[in-house]
Design a binder for this molecule. Structure first.
Ligand SMILES: *[C@@H]1O[C@H](CO)[C@@H](O)[C@H](O)[C@H]1NC(C)=O
Ligand SMILES: *[C@@H]1O[C@H](CO)[C@@H](O)[C@H](O)[C@H]1NC(C)=O
Ligand SMILES: *[C@@H]1O[C@H](CO)[C@@H](O)[C@H](O)[C@H]1NC(C)=O
Length: 584
């Protein structure tokens, strides 16, 4: 045999062997998360600390370590046994391009809100809002006495922040409009053109950089004038005001903004504002909280009713006046938690269901079906307002295009309706007689963190998405917030904050759960991490840090944390080949 022929046979054999090895690796690692997950045993793989950054662009000393094969760990977030991985589901994942379960138009982004980010609280004609007034009058109610006067100064630094987004490789950014920047005193106070100009510049800059803006019309803040005039969300007048804001924003920004969110987390906001009374306007009654006015057993339901109808009004305006031409989509965002029955008893299972009804379904059922959940109707009686025939018609007729889901954690739920029960979060009639606990005996739900309400339980996220898919079939879902906050204690160093391995573990687990839920059938179209930067975290002030980028609040300098690098790599591996804005 001539030498050349011999060599070529050897070469072909080697190539074949290498091919087999690669193939086997793919089967073992990549395809394993797409098997029949309902039957499979899988676990969330925890983050491996040996995985370190290698990019030389990153100046963060913690990130600039040498790295070996950065993606072996984070890619295979889920693993099922080979037997449960059916051939057909494996085969469509046989090249690296096809290995992502995320469709090519999937949005990967980060999330923010006006009051938490912008600062510039009196700049260019902005009016005072409820949070300006509350934080100035009650610094003692905020952990570090802080406020959003400066926040992270995104009003002035948005170009720099867009560079941070480009570093991450995200294709979308969720921001909110500061109502009192656009309409300082509401509907009757006139338009602030400089406010409009600011958002025009921000939206244009995002799009120029290939980042799709995802715009929330209302994220907790509203002109103080509306509180003074008619008690904001307690009055139906707020529906008209919000409709006016929505119309104004569609008119000025809707040629470029194609993803609208009406209202952020009305369920959570209303509980904090009108049941516990810790958010402005600080209304509540005993024993829920110690407020100078309010009624925790009626006002939350009135405020929610007006909020739902305000949302419906904005959707109606969009669908009838703008959608045909602007071709965007509109939805609402609710806060969700997974509620796990604390035992197998029917009572606890029903309580967990009631807990959902009194939390996210409270808002989503009317938005999707035009009615409140049965459990609320039955327990609350006349405390629950009713929709008029015409309102029901409009709720059903002008549909939301998607549901925005914020999700952070899980709770155990114990029945308080037919069982003896300690008092506590959730135990009252107004909360559905469903006590929320973060541990069962002394076993916590998920991994405990230093934030009392935030345990790490990715499996709960998957269950939550499956629950929503079952209750609201076919409606696309965007994950509009998800992330981990770290409390800054006096002894915490910047170096520790930058080395945020727990956040990486959190994101890795929750994104794995998201993939699993999508394989189960959840129709999820995007994931926006909370949050791009550390920011003003409401009652925690600046002490609770959720950022992928660390913010030094003296110099307002942004520095990528380990999680920023991790998310960047995740998106590189799983993200779309081109982003939406570029394709226009
Ligand atoms: C980062 O934190 C992990 C523990 O969470 C530790 O093992 C590792 O050494 C730290 N890395 C640096 C650079 O401090
Ligand atoms: C998988 O790879 C084979 C061989 O390279 C190719 O013919 C097939 O089209 C691929 N399947 C998919 C879904 O990409
Ligand atoms: C409620 O607040 C008022 C005013 O701050 C205070 O004087 C009172 O002691 C508080 N009551 C309770 C039961 O905490």
């Amino acid at each position: 045999m001539p030498l050349t022929k011999f060599l070529s046979i050897i070469t072909v054999s080697l190539v074949f062997i290498i091919f087999l090895a690669v193939y086997a690796t793919l089967f073992n690692n990549v395809c394993s998360d797409t098997g029949n997950i309902k039957r499979s045993k899988f676990r969330y793989e925890s983050y491996d600390d040996s995985y370190e950054a290698r990019s030389s662009q990153v100046t963060n000393p913690i990130l600039s370590r040498r790295n070996t094969n950065p993606f072996t760990k984070p890619v295979k977030v889920l693993r099922c046994t080979t037997t449960s991985c059916s051939k057909s589901s494996c085969l469509h994942q046989n090249s690296s391009d096809d290995s992502s379960p995320f469709p090519s138009d999937f949005l990967f982004g980060t999330s923010s809100s006006a009051y938490q980010y912008e600062g510039a609280y009196l700049t260019d004609g902005k009016g005072l809002n409820n949070w300006d007034v509350f934080s100035h009058e009650n610094p003692g109610r905020i952990m570090d006495g802080g406020n959003g006067d400066i926040a992270v100064d995104q009003y002035n630094r948005y170009m720099e922040d867009i560079q941070s987004m480009k570093y991450l490789g995200v294709n979308s950014y969720r921001l909110s409009i500061s109502w009192s920047r656009v309409l300082p005193k509401g509907r009757l106070g006139g338009l602030n053109h400089l406010g409009i100009k600011h958002y025009n510049m921000l939206i244009d800059a995002l799009i120029r950089n290939g980042i799709t803006p995802f715009v929330t019309l209302n994220h907790f803040d509203y002109p103080q004038e509306l509180e003074n005039q008619f008690k904001s969300w307690l009055s139906p007048e707020m529906q008209r005001e919000f409709g006016y804001l929505a119309d104004t924003c569609f008119k000025h920004f809707g040629d470029r903004v194609k993803h609208w969110i009406t209202i952020n987390e009305p369920n959570q906001q209303i509980i904090l504002s009108y049941l516990k009374g810790v958010f402005p306007p600080n209304r509540c009654s005993m024993p829920f909280g110690n407020c100078s006015q309010g009624n925790s057993e009626t006002e939350p339901f009135i405020a929610a009713h007006n909020t739902i109808l305000a949302h419906a009004k904005a959707v109606q305006i969009y669908q009838t006046k703008y959608k045909k031409e602007q071709k965007g989509s509109i939805g609402i965002v609710v806060q969700t938690s997974w509620f796990e029955p604390i035992s197998d008893s029917i009572a606890d299972k029903n309580a967990a269901e009631r807990a959902q009804s009194f939390y996210s379904n409270w808002i989503l059922d009317p938005v999707v079906y035009g009615k409140y959940p049965e459990e609320m109707v039955n327990l609350l009686g006349s405390a629950l307002p009713q929709f008029s025939k015409n309102e029901i018609k409009n709720l059903k007729r002008y549909k939301s295009d998607f549901l925005g889901i914020n999700h952070y954690t899980s709770y155990f739920i114990q029945d308080c309706l037919i069982s003896a029960c300690n008092s506590g979060d959730g135990a009252s009639r107004s909360e559905g007689f469903a006590l929320k606990l973060i541990q069962k005996g002394n076993i916590p739900i998920g991994e405990v963190t230093d934030v009392s309400w935030l345990n790490i339980d990715p499996e709960g996220f998957r269950k939550m998405l499956n629950y929503l898919t079952e209750r609201y079939p076919n409606i696309p879902i965007f994950i509009t917030e998800n992330g981990l906050g770290e409390l800054q204690k006096p002894e915490t160093t910047v170096k520790e904050l930058l080395n945020d391995t727990k956040r990486v573990r959190y994101m890795s687990g929750y994104l794995g759960a998201l993939r699993a839920a999508m394989s189960d059938g959840a129709n999820v179209k995007g994931y926006l991490a909370w949050s791009l930067l550390d920011n003003f975290e409401w009652l925690y002030g600046y002490k609770l840090r959720f950022g992928l980028f660390h913010v030094d609040y003296t110099a307002l300098k942004r520095t990528p944390k380990k999680s920023a690098y991790w998310y960047k790599k995740f998106i590189e591996h799983h993200g779309s080949k081109g982003n939406l804005a570029d394709k226009k």
